[in-house]
Design a protein around this ligand. Structure first.
Ligand code: GLC
Length: 472
């Protein structure tokens, strides 16, 4: 099958979060099947490093009109792990030093999607399935059913749209329909939602199949609490919605093969290996005096959805116990300031207000317990990475966390879960884990089950193949 992924980010070229991880791993997993021809198309941001730039070659120049704008792009490509990556170069839109957060993101990503469609048309390179992700590439699914609906070749391309997080929908005023997106008024109803244009909604309506990143989140999306205004739309399209859980890239996130940590270890040497990493890390952080205490870490975007309010509500109670807590992440200012302020008052807390992959791996390797009390979590990758490093996750049973973590004492448990979005339910779960930590034999069995959890991509890749086959 010929597959084309459309995405605004992919590791290692340009990434800001989980979408980048998924687009860096899923296409390669699908390309392992030699019957597939897999490519990925993304913007050529000026942040892409020279290492990759030097490997690219130019494959096409395209020009086209979008609304009243005459525009165009050069397309570059490189091949990695059996996948062809295409990069759409347009300096006006993508030389901004960052991926998102620009005043004209709507125009930038409408251009991106239009360029993807024009690239197919102008080079005659049509996939069997076009698989777009999140609002930034939503128009690549909407255009074939609207602006380009009379193009026969394009109408044969089947489309899949994946929602990685429904919170971000790409909402614009109605003026944008013609002016930015170049779509006729007759199609307004497809995109319209609550008086605005909503790109994610439009893609959900237009796509042949819709997926999201865990079965439980697919179910949650039918409820207003989780769907950010789109529960009715989701319910009306339920017949074509599937939840497929993400995997993680074990060549990068594993304590024996992933690199970046001080002492590598595997499931057999996990206890000694983690201890050595912990001592090295605590020394680096000036926390050596706490070597014998359990180390609790949180690695997260400091955002409301990640449950930071719960943590802040009970962290002082927690810090009064014999524990060490390290928080790594950046995000909303009020949270960054709150953790930094607490750090000045508690010597058993370190607030590392930065985003750094190497430090994050050292933390996964050194920690005993990992906290992830998300308010909502479409899939979540950190809990899987935590397991891969034999670190016991404590998560709220929501979204993909529910699907991936089974709570102690179940025989297949690989962590702890709590149900309600309640700070003390969370704290008591941490206390339960700390009690078990004292029972070394039981704790070791739990860390073994955690590290043995299977979050490889194979199973999910075959689920996607089933979805693609269904629409052929
Ligand atoms: C988004 C979601 C996260 C998911 C990731 C990859 O970042 O918030 O839960 O793991 O996308 O699909």
């Amino acid at each position: 099958m010929k597959l084309l992924f459309v995405t605004s980010e992919a590791n290692p070229y340009a990434a800001s979060g989980g979408l980048g991880d998924v687009m860096g791993a899923l296409p390669a997993a699908l390309a392992e099947n030699s019957d597939n021809e897999v490519s990925v198309i993304m913007p050529y941001y000026n942040t892409v490093s020279e290492t990759y730039r030097s490997k690219m070659k130019k494959v096409a120049d395209i020009s086209f009109k979008l609304s009243w704008r005459s525009t165009g792009a050069s397309i570059f490509s490189l091949v990695d792990r059996g996948v062809t990556y295409y990069f759409i170069e347009n300096h006006r839109y993508f030389s901004r030093g960052r991926l998102y957060g620009e005043y004209d993101d709507g125009e930038r990503f409408a251009f991106f999607s239009a360029a993807v469609v024009e690239f197919m048309i102008q080079t005659g390179n049509y996939p069997d399935v076009l698989h777009a992700n999140d609002w930034q590439s939503a128009l690549s699914v909407i255009y074939p059913k609207t602006r380009y609906k009379d193009n026969e070749k394009l109408s044969e391309v089947k489309t899949v749209f994946t929602i990685h997080n429904i919170e971000y929908q790409g909402k614009y005023g109605k003026d944008a329909l013609g002016d930015l997106f170049g779509i006729d008024d007759e199609f307004c109803g497809i995109l319209e939602q609550d008086g605005c244009l909503n790109l994610l909604k439009g893609a959900v309506i237009c796509a042949d199949q819709v997926t999201t990143v865990s079965p439980n989140y697919a179910n949650e999306l039918k409820y207003p609490f989780f769907a950010f205004g789109l529960s009715e739309v989701i319910k009306s399209q339920e017949h074509k919605l599937t939840g497929v859980i993400n995997g993680i890239d074990y060549s990068y996130f594993s304590p024996d093969k992933g690199g970046d940590i001080d002492f590598s270890y595997n499931k057999f040497s996990r206890k000694a290996g983690k201890k050595k990493n912990k001592l090295a890390l605590l020394a680096d952080l000036g926390l050596s005096e706490f070597a014998d205490r359990p180390l609790i870490v949180m690695i997260t975007r400091l955002a409301k959805g990640k449950g930071v309010d719960l943590v802040l509500h009970v962290i002082e109670e927690l810090l009064s116990k014999d524990v060490t807590v390290v928080v790594l992440g950046t995000g909303e200012k009020e949270y960054e300031l709150a953790f930094s302020a607490l750090e000045t008052r508690y010597k058993n807390l370190r607030a590392l207000i930065t985003f750094n992959r190497v430090i994050s791996k050292k933390l996964y390797a050194s920690a005993d317990i990992f906290l992830m009390p998300s308010k909502s979590e479409p899939c979540g990758l950190a809990q899987m990475i935590s397991c891969s490093y034999a670190t016991v996750p404590i998560v709220r049973a929501v979204g993909g966390l529910y699907d991936s973590i089974k709570s102690y004492p179940a025989s297949d448990s690989n962590g702890f879960t709590f149900d309600n979005y309640n700070a003390h339910d969370f704290l008591f779960k941490i206390y339960e884990a700390l009690e078990l930590y004292k029972n070394t034999a039981e704790w070791d069995k739990l860390t073994l089950r955690a590290i043995k959890s299977d979050f490889t991509w194979n199973k999910s890749a075959s689920k996607y193949m089933e979805i693609y086959s269904k629409i052929q």
